[in-house]
Write a protein that binds this ligand. Structure first.
Ligand SMILES: NC(=O)c1ccc[n+]([C@@H]2O[C@H](COP(=O)([O-])OP(=O)(O)OC[C@H]3O[C@@H](n4cnc5c(N)ncnc54)[C@H](OP(=O)(O)O)[C@@H]3O)[C@@H](O)[C@H]2O)c1
Length: 189
């Protein structure tokens, strides 16, 4: 079976994680299209020894694509997700765009993988802290149903994307210059 993949938002924090996981799992595919904004069009990304050129995400990006992984923000998912579906792709969307949509399965593979079968072209997943919080609760829930959870989340800078990680990395350097105190910059990842 052939599988032509596209990643919308490939230059972002989540897009880069998609690439890592595809490589770690040796995910089988025939072709891979790397998509991002016009700012990144033409940028080169190495993946599994092959150099790919990033293309601008448009409604025409999905001809012949079987699976489109979306992580370019909710507005882009709403704008371009339906075009990908119309072109015949199944969209796996990491944004909040379709999470509350009754016709779109909201899937955590460790919990409700069977819901994937019910998709109408788009499969959504919950917010990252929700997934992490719910996975360990699920086996407990099956034994003794959980009625209520009170949750506080303390989000990492990475949750705000690539630019926030770069900003966090740069801040100690700026601070050290202001105070004339050398502080070694730390790496987030
Ligand atoms: N970070 C997390 O922990 C996390 C976890 C789960 C889900 N999410 C969701 O995943 C999505 C992306 O998050 P992120 O952290 O990866 O953000 P990010 O690092 O800021 O990356 C955003 C990506 O979207 C692309 N993009 C932005 N505007 C675009 C446009 N007009 N057309 C086409 N592409 C565009 C960017 O391309 P350029 O590089 O060209 O600007 C980049 O590839 C968000 O909806 C977020 O809520 C994030």
């Amino acid at each position: 079976m052939s599988c032509n993949l596209a990643i919308a938002g490939v230059t972002g924090a989540v897009g880069q994680e998609f690439l890592k996981i595809l490589e770690q799992r040796n995910f089988p595919f025939d072709s891979l299209k790397m998509l991002a904004s016009s700012r990144s069009a033409g940028k080169k990304i190495q993946f599994k020894g092959i150099e790919y050129t990033v293309e601008e995400l448009t409604k025409d990006s999905f001809d012949g694509i079987d699976i489109a992984l979306f992580s370019a923000g909710a507005a882009r998912s709403k704008e371009f997700g339906p075009a990908a579906v119309a072109a015949g792709a199944v969209v796996v969307d990491n944004s909040s765009a379709f999470r509350m949509d009754a016709d779109t399965p909201l899937v955590i593979p460790e919990i409700n993988p069977q819901q994937i079968q019910k998709h109408n072209g788009i499969i959504a997943n919950p917010n990252c802290s929700t997934i992490i919080g719910i996975v360990p609760v699920w086996p407990l829930h099956k034994v003794n149903p959980v009625k209520r959870m009170i949750v506080s989340t303390y989000q990492a800078a990475s949750g705000a994307g690539q630019s926030a990680m770069l900003e966090l990395e740069a801040r100690p350097v700026k601070y050290s210059k202001v105070k004339n105190r050398p502080v070694r910059p730390f790496r987030i990842r």
